[in-house]
Design a protein around this ligand. Structure first.
Ligand SMILES: *Cc1c(COP(=O)(O)O)cnc(C)c1O
Length: 444
């Protein structure tokens, strides 16, 4: 039997496993069989550079020697899971995360980012005895924040969304701060600076409300220690996952001892929270990024890539905004279609970019990789630019606002938003307290 092509393999997947959008429509048409460092190889033997870091799951690239060594030794010489949830790698990892992040007094573990954020709000509710959570940004796919893109109140889950509006958060905390268990926010470094998050942190502290930073993606990409690790944005809890195990499934809630100690009351659990090899992988990741220049080098290269992509777009005449730190920056083009077309063409030239526009390098990147990425991007962008005429040199404010709203729910401070804030306040104030007691007895 001859090997199947990419298209044939995708058809095969379609019959037995693939989701039409999540697995096929929103991805470029390759099925990969192996990867080394930042390069992937597909079923047709074509090599493609990964500029997505596997949605951020990778920090050091595939098959990093230190991680491979740590994890294979763990499996071969120690084992995978034990009858007890405690293991030496877990204890050492908890100690090291607590040393590494200012918020850290205690750490607990789970497998995914969604699980960590869900555990964090459970812990906050159990520790505070309050029921309402206020949130901005993406925290995963779990039920509790399906309506995260719009300012409003979800009565079923007792979640209020403030849409990254400081004004909205202040108004909500004034009106019903005593009922708020926690504020949880995902850093968006391309759009809000450290000072903005410091403001949120201070506001929560002044109202006696727990402040949680969802650093699932930023913990190793907003600098080497995340937003909390800058030392300028205090938090009661932080969550982390992507990159921590360099592709191995692990997440953590790190923070205040008394809040983490609500673990039993909150009823958090999970058979696989004990899985040892991902913890061994995470220890190797910390050794690498805290003990070498690898992360600093990746930041330098990410910066070269970011600035290079900005220059390419200017040179070919596609209006764009390129913003954010070197390890996770955003590129916004005039429309999603143009953005898709550019990255689809770049894929044909050998570079796999995230079409939604957030780009991430790993420490496996070299100067030659950045050159390759930029060459593929330039060819793709030029091909698309030749088929279009753009009216202005700069992106319209409407397009930027649309991007912000679709990417993370960021909203403008207009009359409609002000009305929505007041409706949210009213809905929370008038909510049925019996519902909270029924759904979550620890908040009664
Ligand atoms: C990816 C992400 C999540 C969800 O993590 P999963 O591992 O996909 O469940 C949560 N929060 C943030 C900020 C993320 O980037």
């Amino acid at each position: 039997m001859t090997a199947l092509t990419n298209q044939e393999t995708i058809q095969r997947a379609r019959r037995c496993t693939a989701a039409e959008d999540y697995d096929i429509g929103t991805r470029f048409p390759s099925v990969f069989v192996s990867a080394q460092g930042s390069w992937m190889e597909d079923v047709e033997g074509r090599r493609i550079l990964d500029v997505t870091a596997a949605s951020g799951a990778l920090l050091l690239g595939n098959r990093h020697p230190r991680v491979v060594e740590s994890i294979t030794r763990c499996i071969a010489e120690h084992g995978t899971v034990f009858a007890s949830t405690l293991s030496l790698p877990r204890i050492e990892l908890a100690e090291r995360l607590c040393e590494r992040y200012p918020a850290g007094e205690k750490a607990v573990f789970s497998k995914t980012g969604s699980e960590a954020t869900t555990a964090a709000i459970r812990l906050a509710r159990a520790a505070s005895g309050r029921d309402v959570i206020l949130t901005s940004g993406y925290h995963g796919w779990h039920d509790w924040h399906l309506s995260y893109l719009r300012i409003g109140y979800d009565a079923g889950n007792r979640i209020g969304c403030f849409g990254y509006s400081r004004h909205a958060l202040a108004r909500m905390l004034d009106a019903f701060g005593d009922d708020v268990a926690a504020v949880i926010v995902t850093p968006e470094p391309a759009w809000f600076d450290e000072e903005y998050y410091r403001g949120l942190s201070r506001l929560c502290a002044s109202k006696g409300v727990l402040f949680i930073i969802d650093e699932v993606i930023t913990a190793f990409r907003w600098g080497v220690r995340g937003l909390n690790g800058t030392g300028n944005v205090p938090a009661d809890l932080i969550t982390m996952s992507k990159g921590l195990g360099n592709g191995h499934s692990i997440s953590s809630v790190v923070g205040r001892r008394d809040v983490i100690d609500a673990y039993d009351t909150a009823g958090v659990a999970g058979t696989y929270t004990r899985e040892v090899p991902p913890m061994a992988a995470a220890l190797a990741v910390l050794d690498e990024i805290d003990g070498t220049q690898a992360h600093a080098n990746a930041e330098r290269l990410g910066g070269v890539l970011r600035d290079g992509m900005r220059d390419v777009l200017a040179a070919v005449g596609i209006p764009a905004v390129v913003a954010g730190p070197p390890m996770m920056f955003d590129v916004v083009m005039p429309s999603e279609q143009i953005s898709w077309d550019v990255y689809r063409a770049a894929f044909d030239h050998g570079a796999y970019f995230e079409d939604s526009g957030t780009h991430m390098v790993t420490t496996a990147f070299t100067d030659a990789d950045v050159d390759h990425a930029l060459a593929a991007f330039e060819k793709g962008a030029r091909e698309v630019a030749e088929r279009h005429t753009f009216e202005a040199d700069a992106l319209s404010p409407e397009r930027l606002a649309q991007f912000r709203a679709e990417a993370f729910g960021g909203e403008l401070d207009d009359e409609v938003v002000r009305q929505r804030i007041e409706q949210t306040v009213q809905a929370v104030v008038e909510r049925d307290p019996a519902l909270a007691r029924r759904l979550d007895p620890s908040c009664g």
